[in-house]
Design a protein around this ligand. Structure first.
Ligand code: SF4
Ligand code: SF4
Length: 363
């Protein structure tokens, strides 16, 4: 299938995540799961997950599972991961039997799951080992691979803020969208035979509140706002200082989640346990594979600003990244939505009303 499906939105919501501050606590994952995906066929879905890099990720090996576009704009083939082998069948433990003295065990024998390879990383402790965390949500792309792959035109990008949603009435559960997404951030719900994905918490956003993952983030790594808001943190980090970059830009979908790359870890140690001056624990070529060639300039800018701060005591960039007040990380505008002519109201209303998110089984 071939498609170039650039979809122009009036404004674009975006998120910046500073990987230097993520502690891998998974609070964001739980915030999202309890809000949206702990029921009705969504048990295995993690609209937000936090994976260890290097690692195979979630779903397993998503980075080599195809989708996205080639440089001519053709949609690339992709795979649809199996629940058992790609995501891992959700399991539970026999807690209620423990008082009877029976063996503590799971109800299935899992072979993969979210965080299966958590904190493994690469290298040899203590001389050159390394890892860092990458939280991932749907990127609400400018040119979504999921949308281009859908033969039912069931996926759309909201004109008012660029949030990518699935029209549940149109979706027939063909799953081409999963193959087409290079990030594998759209999931099949076997209970209702529909595809589902991160909705950027739009019912919260429309009330001027940040996404649940950002609101709950313990490390204060997540900024949320509009990309065209020149006074906002998102604009400054992405456009002004260019220190926040999309993940795997070679997927050519125009991702709208941006990452501040990991800047500096401890030096490597030589055979005598002495630090090797000028060494990098995280190989720069791996950062380039994740964030593109711009990653080197982004890291240099941050390091330069750290020196500038030491010399002058001042740095707008570091002040932004430190984010002294959590509320300063979000610039949203309930008034904008209140005055917007929301022609997609029926779809919005279904999420608000909980038709697809209630605890009751969906028929
Ligand atoms: S990240 Fe995947 S699911 Fe989200 S908009 Fe982009 S292509 Fe679609
Ligand atoms: S809550 Fe924040 S710090 Fe914790 S894992 Fe999620 S993104 Fe990282």
């Amino acid at each position: 299938m071939s498609a170039t499906a650039i979809v122009a939105s009036k404004r674009q919501l975006a998120m910046v995540m500073d990987l230097n501050k993520c502690i891998g606590c998974q609070t964001c994952t739980v915030a999202c799961k309890t809000q949206w995906t702990n029921r009705n066929g969504r048990d295995y879905m993690y609209w937000n997950n936090v994976e260890t890099f290097p690692g195979e990720g979630y779903p397993k090996q998503w980075q080599t599972s195809g989708g996205g576009f080639d440089n001519e704009g053709n949609l690339k083939d992709g795979v649809i991961p199996e629940i058992e082998t790609g995501y891992g069948t959700p399991w539970d433990f026999n807690h209620e039997d423990l008082a009877k003295g029976v063996e503590f065990k799971s109800n299935v024998a899992p072979i993969w799951g979210p965080n299966w390879d958590e904190d493994q990383g690469a290298g040899n402790f203590p001389s050159d080992n390394y890892f860092f965390y990458i939280p991932r949500i749907c990127n609400h792309c400018d040119n979504p691979g999921c949308l281009a792959a859908c033969p039912r035109d069931a996926i759309f990008k909201r004109g008012q803020d660029g949030v990518v949603l699935v029209d549940q009435d149109r979706c027939q559960g063909y799953r081409f969208c999963i193959a087409g997404c290079p990030y594998k951030k759209i999931y099949f719900n076997p209970k209702i035979s529909k595809s589902e994905k991160c909705i950027f918490c739009f019912p919260r956003i429309e009330k001027g509140l940040p996404t649940a993952c950002a609101q709950q983030c313990v490390g204060r790594i997540r900024f949320v706002g509009f990309l065209d808001d020149e006074e906002g943190q998102i604009y400054k980090l992405v456009k002004k200082y260019k220190v926040a970059l999309p993940l795997r830009p070679d997927a050519n979908t125009g991702a709208n989640v941006y990452y501040v790359p990991p800047v500096a870890g401890p030096l490597k140690f030589d055979a005598n346990g002495k630090p090797i001056e000028g060494s990098d624990r995280v190989p720069p070529e791996q950062l380039e594979a994740l964030f593109g060639k711009e990653v080197h300039a982004a890291i240099k800018t941050i390091k330069d600003e750290m020196e500038n701060r030491k010399a002058t005591g001042k740095s707008e960039l570091l002040d932004l990244l430190i984010a002294y007040k959590h509320s300063d990380m979000f610039r949203l505008d309930a008034g904008y939505y209140a005055h917007h002519n929301n022609s997609l109201k029926p779809v919005d209303h279904r999420y608000d009303a909980g038709k697809f998110t209630s605890f009751k089984a969906v028929h």
